[in-house]
Design a binder for this molecule. Structure first.
Ligand SMILES: Nc1ncnc2c1ncn2[C@@H]1O[C@H](COP(=O)(O)OP(=O)(O)OP(=O)(O)O)[C@@H](O)[C@H]1O
Ligand SMILES: [Mg+2]
Length: 236
């Protein structure tokens, strides 16, 4: 449960995600999706309930401890350092390994550089390596954020509106990269999306939030035929 002053942002939300699964998290504006991601990644404290990750209760852990245990994320508003290059931003993805500020200012080791370079190649942006992050397109920024989130070899990645500000061609590419990471590295994803076409074509399962509560949880086929979901969200 999570409330902000009088606003009850999350009530009872109970769901599970299997290893290697891609779950789409959808629902109207203000339904609690970003709040839920923040509770899972422990960017936010919450009042009741529990979160178990890889068999461990993480509700009491701090953000860095959660990251170290294999969870990383991106944010609804892009969080890159615009005056650093794509390469420098990628290396800062080490934060998801629980590397603190002091570690981040030290030069990266060879394995870390190789990982960054492999991810930049996978996302087909090697030509951007030495560009300032502030000078690349919104879609390319989303790719750099995904590179950063993948630097720690996570088992679960949370993406908050990964397709917002991304052009249709790049959305198709993004879908491909997420699938490759899912299949080749077994990474599970929870993806918050308003782009229904994107999320229904990539997710194994869709979780629908409404007013901070779980409205539905099922396969994309089940969800697209669910009358309550159509009334509350899809039909809008
Ligand atoms: N920091 C905050 N302080 C006060 N209220 C907040 C805060 N963050 C979120 N809320 C409120 O909590 C509720 C859920 O917000 P949340 O951002 O989780 O929704 P969302 O599903 O991610 O919406 P969107 O699709 O617009 O991103 C909303 O009523 C919102 O106004
Ligand atoms: Mg949100």
């Amino acid at each position: 449960m999570k409330s902000f002053g009088g606003v009850q942002a999350l009530r009872e939300v109970d769901f599970q995600i299997a290893a290697g699964e891609i779950v789409g998290l959808v629902g109207p504006n203000g339904s609690g999706k970003s709040t839920l991601l923040a509770c899972l990644s422990r960017d936010m404290a919450f009042e009741g309930g529990s979160v178990e990750f890889n068999g461990r209760d993480i509700a009491k852990l701090r953000t860095m401890q959660v990251a170290r245990s294999g969870m990383s994320r991106t944010f609804q508003n892009v969080r890159l350092f615009p005056e650093l290059t794509v390469w420098e931003n990628a290396l800062l993805g080490r934060q998801w390994k629980g590397v603190g500020l002091r570690g981040l200012v030290r030069p990266a080791d060879a394995a870390t550089k190789q990982r960054a370079s492999d991810l930049i190649d996978l996302m087909e942006i090697p030509h951007l390596t030495h560009q300032y992050a502030g000078n690349i397109s919104g879609g390319q920024m989303r790719l750099v954020e995904l590179v950063m989130a993948m630097m720690s070899n996570p088992s679960l990645v949370l993406l908050d509106e990964a397709t917002s500000g991304v052009n249709p061609t790049l959305i198709e590419s993004l879908k491909h990269y997420v699938k490759v990471l899912n299949q080749e590295e077994g990474v599970a994803f929870i993806i918050v999306e308003h782009n229904i076409g994107f999320i229904f074509s990539i997710a194994d399962r869709i979780v629908v939030l409404h007013d901070g509560q779980l409205l539905a949880n099922g396969t994309p086929e089940e969800i697209s035929e669910n009358q309550e979901v159509i009334d509350a969200y899809l039909g809008a």
